[in-house]
Unconditional design. Structure first.
Length: 151
């Protein structure tokens, strides 16, 4: 029987290009989900939660702190992109965070990630930059950009 960690890892393997070294391994995902302030969402190709026994098209993982929440990871399988699943995951992130009492949401990403246009259209604004923050598998470093949005 597949569980939600299987579903997340299945999307992770398809969605994250190894050249950036951003994918988490199973232990990282499981230990993060064991913390009560970590939340996640899974979506099937039809935009609904996956049926029992079915894999997912996308997922998000979020960390909650008092008054604010941070998007840890968002991924959609390449075959399912461009159809609004990423957008829906961001909507769920914002709605869930609001319901849990957050007033602000954040995310941090490498500077050259094309997901930037999705975040901008959704309403996130750049609030910070950490120079050379991410180290890539090839040893090069790249800036991290922090985005924030008031709920
Ligand atoms: C980033 C990622 C999650 C986006 O997933 P997606 O399902 O393709 O996203 P969507 O289809 O919802 O959005 C695609 C576009 O449609 C737009 N869009 C989608 N739904 C929309 C809506 N209801 N209203 C307005 N615009 C919408 C988005 O703004 C976006 O515009 P763009 O083409 O200019 O980027 C996906 O590309 C991915 O998994 N990337 C690899 C992993 C990664 O880098 N994750 C981010 C760092 S953790």
């Amino acid at each position: 029987m597949i569980d939600d960690v299987d579903r997340i890892m299945d999307v992770m393997a398809a969605a994250f290009d190894p050249q950036w070294g951003e994918a988490w391994n199973r232990n990282q995902v499981s230990s993060s989900l064991a913390v009560p302030t970590t939340h996640y969402r899974l979506i099937g190709a039809d935009g609904k939660p996956p049926e029992e026994g079915a894999m997912a098209a996308g997922f998000s993982m979020v960390r909650a702190a008092p008054g604010e929440e941070e998007l840890l990871l968002i991924g959609v399988k390449p075959d399912n992109r461009g159809g609004g699943i990423g957008w829906r995951l961001l909507e769920l992130f914002a709605d869930d965070a609001r319901k849990r009492g957050a007033e602000r949401i954040f995310l941090e990403m490498r500077e050259n990630n094309p997901a930037i246009s999705l975040y901008h259209s959704f309403g996130f604004n750049q609030i910070g930059r950490r120079p050379r923050y991410y180290k890539m598998p090839d040893g090069n470093r790249i800036d991290a950009i922090t985005y924030g949005m008031n709920l």
